[in-house]
Design a protein around this ligand. Structure first.
Ligand code: MIC
Ligand code: SF4
Length: 644
């Protein structure tokens, strides 16, 4: 087992209970929480239904960054609910326009050595300043706001040793793309990635944050960098020097695994359609035609990123064969670009400037044309996430994106024939927290605004004694939460479960047959129970608990798979859906859509480390296993955590 790592230092300093053994469940104290609007409305409805008067954390903040289009009244209704419930419960509120939660949190609130739980899978961004920052479902975040400990797996620590220094035109994004090439998006559940080695000191905080942000795609619990002079420099420039403390692994620290990356040997890379671990070098793609370039997202829209893009674009115009859009990560970034003239350079180059928020990353606008290549600086390129069916989305660094935008085809910096622009470090960021609303003192009466599109918290009955299951759908490997619960134009339905449930598994619906929602509802209404069958890495990606809540609403009781990703598995338990794993993978072949699978007396069959037997239509029995703890089983029996 690892010793003397940063991970263990933070875990042990926040430890509450459980066995300190890799793979065992432990409980830790959470210092800070964050939510964003797309998961936040549910989280706060849940917080209200738990009956919490005021949050118990050192700091809780509610950001609005995802649902920004205000196409119909739903989004603004959500914002008003979020602002008022924040005031009522003692939570800070970052107004729409202030920027993407992870970027703003890094700038204004992250604290080295502290714990942060966020209802968004890219919460690990703040690992860039040495925080243990973990993504979770909204209900887990609501519990943390209520002062309850967070249950996590005592982590396996994967040490990533960085040596050397990035060559010109190679960026932090290329480091995480390289790591995704090595570790892939599968099989890393329960690990924390910790960076060490001489190469660490060559990376600035925003660069480190790019790496920890996209570490989410590895499926690990989180990623973390030391807190060192570079961290102090960043916090000083953010006027937050007092929040700094040094944090590093012991000199003789041991890791459970070590991966070495020589930064000097890296070259520009791209994640190809439609998985962040489908990696090629840009040199391999060189010359291929591109129809769109978009720069932004919580991965790559820091001040440094956009200054670099502006410097590359300055005095040049984007290729006439494509469109080029930029969404800054925060209001701080946008204001600074506006003040120093870089924004004018970008506009002059033909960039379409979008508001500071998630925007195109979550499929809100900028969908590419059919059969075209879109090149983005984001962290996810799951099929259809852009809003275009059959999309071909590639993920690259801002440097590669800018050069590609100028040349209209995949290209690396050397093709431009200019040296890499030098972007000086920032001694003082523009500090203006005017868009962050502090809550009024405890005891102040606040009216919570609930417009008609704000629904009720989700509800479910206890787990039935016998599950008379019917397979509603059978899917393959690496099914993401974007497959299960599409975002994009449907994001505005996040506060309205019955409406949102209509688009569960929309990407698999076929014109000639009933939709998933129709099939699941028919099963539910006939008194039997829906079952989802999947293969490897089910529920990758987002923390959106709607991927559990909406199937629950449609009567799904069991998910059967080869493996289920961490956040999604926790969300299933929280909403009373039993996550089970095949003991014998061949049994998966016996279960096609419509198949019958009965679990007799599942309530007594569920026990920690036990197996569960199920009976198929022809009377044969199959065995399923699980990783449920005693608490998880109690939650499942009750029909979800809210019932407890
Ligand atoms: C995403 O990047 O997929 C999201 C949208 O930020 C999600 C959260 C959500 O679905 O609201 C995430 O990463 O958790
Ligand atoms: Fe927003 Fe995209 Fe980051 Fe998710 S990954 S928080 S949608 S910018």
């Amino acid at each position: 087992m690892a010793v003397g790592t940063i991970t263990q230092k933070i875990v042990h300093a926040h430890y509450i209970s459980g066995e300190k053994r890799v793979g065992a469940q432990i409980m830790v104290r959470i210092d800070q929480t964050l939510t964003q609007d797309a998961t936040g409305t549910m989280a706060y409805l849940e917080l209200e239904s738990i009956g919490v008067e005021r949050v118990q954390t050192d700091l809780s903040i509610s950001y609005v960054d995802h649902n920004m289009m205000q196409n119909g009244p739903e989004n603004r209704n959500d914002h008003l609910y979020l602002q008022s419930v924040a005031a009522a419960k003692g939570i800070l509120f970052s107004r729409p326009g202030n920027g993407i939660c992870h970027q703003v949190h890094l700038e204004r609130f992250g604290v080295p050595g502290a714990t942060l739980l966020g209802s968004d899978s890219h919460t690990p961004t703040n690992g860039g300043i040495g925080m243990m920052a973990i993504g979770a479902g909204g209900l887990d975040v609501a519990m943390a706001m209520a002062g309850k400990p967070f249950t996590m797996i005592y982590p396996k620590v994967v040490g990533v040793k960085l040596t050397g220094k990035l060559p010109e035109w190679v960026a932090a994004k290329d480091v995480i793309l390289k790591l995704l090439e090595i570790m892939t998006t599968k099989g890393n559940v329960g690990s924390i990635v910790e960076y060490f080695g001489q190469g660490v000191s060559t990376l600035s905080v925003p660069e480190r944050a790019t790496i920890t942000n996209m570490g989410a795609e590895l499926g690990v619990t989180t990623s973390i960098f030391p807190s060192d002079d570079k961290t102090l420099e960043f916090l000083t420039a953010q006027g937050r020097k007092d929040g700094w403390s040094g944090l590093k692994a012991d000199d003789n620290a041991e890791y459970d695994d070590v991966i070495e990356i020589d930064l000097s040997s890296l070259e520009p890379r791209a994640a190809c359609p439609s998985s962040p671990d489908n990696i090629k070098t840009v040199a391999e793609l060189r010359g291929a035609k591109v129809g769109q370039v978009v720069i932004g997202s919580c991965t790559n829209s820091s001040y440094k990123d956009l200054m670099m893009v502006a410097a590359i674009m300055k005095g040049r115009v984007v290729s006439e064969n494509l469109t080029f859009a930029i969404a800054p990560g925060s209001r701080q970034v946008l204001e600074m670009l506006a003040e120093n003239g870089a924004l004018a350079d970008l506009i002059a180059s033909g960039a379409r400037i979008l508001e500071a928020g998630c925007g195109a990353c979550i499929g809100q606008g900028q969908s590419p044309s059919s059969d075209s290549v879109t090149v983005r600086t984001f962290n996810r390129n799951f099929a259809g996430r852009t809003g275009t069916k059959g999309d071909q989305a590639y993920l690259v660094s801002p440097e590669t994106a800018a050069v590609t935008a100028l040349l209209g085809r995949f290209a690396t910096g050397d093709e431009l024939g200019i040296p890499l622009p030098k972007i000086p470090g920032v001694a003082e960021f523009k500090i203006d927290d005017a868009m962050i609303i502090q809550p009024p003192p405890a005891g102040t009466s606040v009216e919570i605004i609930r417009k008609p599109t704000i629904g009720d918290p989700p509800s479910n009955g206890p787990l039935p004694k016998n599950i008379d299951g019917r397979v509603v759908i059978k899917v393959g490997d690496k099914i993401t939460t974007d497959h299960i619960m599409p975002a994009g134009i449907h994001l505005k339905l996040r506060s309205n479960i019955p409406e949102y449930a209509k688009v569960v598994f929309e990407c698999f619906n076929k014109k000639e047959k009933p939709t998933f929602a129709e099939r699941a509802s028919a099963i539910r209404d006939s008194g039997t129970h829906g079952v989802i069958v999947a293969r490897e890495s089910y529920g990758q990606g987002s923390s959106r608990e709607h991927a559990a809540i909406c199937p629950m609403h449609l009567g799904v009781k069991v998910v059967l798979a080869f493996s289920i990703e961490r956040i999604h598995a926790a969300n299933l338990v929280n909403f009373g859906i039993v996550p089970l794993l095949f003991v014998d993978r061949d049994d998966c072949d016996k279960l096609e859509e419509g198949a019958v699978i009965r679990f007799n007396d599942i309530v007594s069959q569920l026990s920690p480390a036990g197996t569960v037997a199920a009976e198929l239509a022809d009377g044969t029995e199959i065995k399923l296993k699980h990783t449920l703890s005693e608490d998880d089983i109690e939650i499942l029996k009750a029909g979800g955590r809210l019932n407890i």
